[in-house]
Design a protein around this ligand. Structure first.
Ligand code: FHN
Length: 442
């Protein structure tokens, strides 16, 4: 009997209930780890003995390093200290539920054994292990999701941006050549990545080059969903996204499953899914001379602020060329993990109370989905009492400070709202130093 022709699903027209089902785990996860890692960790922000301004992974472009010189870095990339299990354990201990690592950044160097190029970790560098396989296996073993960042733009491929990147004038048939690069290079790589590593997320980037069209973006989205229908794809697959602000679907300019504002937490709330991606310092890829490290308190504040507005937080680390996570990054991951152990229930599986998501600058509210429980997270250490106008607990219900098992005394009045008594011993018991969470049944 002739096999029935496979019905082609149009994934751009997905019914809302199917979309909601596919996004459910991602919405509940709220917190992920971004990893920018590749050949750019070898120069680590320096060229010809001088520091290069800008983000580390853009060094090839920023000082127009000739391709054959840059390939020398790929030949040196030998991360013998890399330990996938340790990285995933640190990520999980930080409270992060999913990882997104660069399979290929704009420089074109591939962190897996690609069948369509030798410009990869196995054929080009002295390192002979499949980094993505090790991380994908470790994520599976530790019950967290594995995701891939893949750059559409490619400064190494002759039919992509190799000439314009190198300062050459774009050739007259750039669009044609780029379309061929998509068909003969980018799509086969996506097929390898989805087939070999089973990512839960495909995080595209580098879609802003003029050769790449909105229609090609929609086609890429469809192609990847056909490879793995349940996968989640960000909005940078498509020119429809509004730059780094990342919001999209409502203006019918189709663009992926979630918006990707960058280096900022969205101002206000949105009915669309979004995830803010952010560095801990001033670079995504490792730099020797990195600066402007955010404090652990600021990182926790960003995570809670995003959750209160109904968004995710994708926090970046940039490992060095030996495969070490920078000390300063590990310290922040540990601090956040300590905080999440006591307060994580105020982030995971929550939704935004919408207009009631904040009170002033230092209090954010989240609501546990499908329950009457609200969380009030304050970024200022409470005094003997904690005061919120917006929350009115259910008569006779308990009010709890997460990390302290005794319910707290409270009273409510129309004129001043909810006042909670907070004994010093309660604050001490929480061990908190970054933010404090009150759980209230409404
Ligand atoms: O150009 C990239 C940059 O290197 C980095 O990967 C960030 C992360 O979101 N995305 C692009 C800049 O918007």
């Amino acid at each position: 009997k002739k096999a029935e022709p496979k019905e082609t699903v149009n994934y751009l027209e997905e019914p809302k209930e199917a979309f909601d089902e596919r996004m459910a785990w991602w919405r509940d996860a709220r917190f992920g780890m971004f990893i920018h890692w590749g050949a750019y960790a070898v120069p680590a922000g320096r060229y010809e003995g001088k520091e290069v301004n800008g983000i580390g992974e853009w060094i090839m472009h920023n000082v127009k390093i000739p391709i054959d010189i840059y390939e020398g870095y790929a030949k040196e990339f030998n991360p013998t200290a890399f330990n996938a299990e340790e990285w995933v354990t640190r990520m999980k201990n930080a409270g992060m539920k999913y990882m997104v690592i660069t399979s290929k950044h704009h420089d074109g160097f591939c962190l897996w054994d690609s069948g369509v190029t030798d410009y990869d970790i196995i054929d080009f560098s002295p390192y002979d292990k499949d980094i993505l396989k090790a991380l994908s296996d470790a994520c599976k073993a530790q019950g967290v999701k594995f995701g891939l960042y893949h750059s559409i733009m490619d400064w190494h491929h002759p039919d992509a941006q190799a000439d314009t990147y190198a300062g050459g004038e774009p050739s007259e048939n750039n669009e044609e050549r780029f379309a061929d690069y998509l068909e003969s290079y980018l799509k086969p790589q996506l097929k390898e990545l989805v087939g070999n590593y089973d990512p839960a997320i495909l995080w595209f980037d580098g879609e802003w080059e003029k050769e790449f069209t909105h229609e090609q973006g929609q086609e890429l989205y469809q192609y990847v969903r056909e490879l793995k229908p349940g996968i989640i794809i960000n909005n940078r697959v498509d020119k429809g996204r509004k730059g780094m602000q990342g919001m999209n679907k409502d203006d019918s300019d189709y663009a992926g499953d979630f918006g990707t504002p960058e280096q900022e937490i969205l101002d206000g709330i949105s009915d669309l899914d979004w995830e803010s991606c952010m560095t801990m310092n001033d670079t995504w890829g490792y730099k020797t001379d990195d600066r402007n490290w955010k404090s652990s308190a600021e990182l926790v504040r960003n995570l809670v602020d995003a959750a209160a507005k109904g968004g995710n937080y994708l926090l970046n680390i940039g490992p060095d060329a030996s495969g070490n996570i920078p000390e300063a990054s590990m310290k922040r991951l540990e601090d956040i993990g300590e905080w999440m152990k006591v307060n994580g229930e105020a982030v995971y599986g929550t939704e935004s109370p919408k207009s009631g998501y904040k009170e002033g600058d230092n209090i954010r509210f989240t609501r546990k989905k499908g329950t009457p429980f609200y969380y009030a997270v304050t970024f200022e250490k409470p005094g003997k009492t904690f005061q919120v106008e917006k929350l009115k607990p259910e008569e006779g219900s308990e009010v709890v400070l997460l990390g302290y098992e005794q319910p707290l005394e409270w009273n409510y009045s129309e004129e001043s709202g909810l006042t909670i008594s907070v004994p010093e011993e309660a604050l001490r018991a929480t061990g908190n130093t970054l933010a404090w969470t009150f759980k209230i049944k409404m």
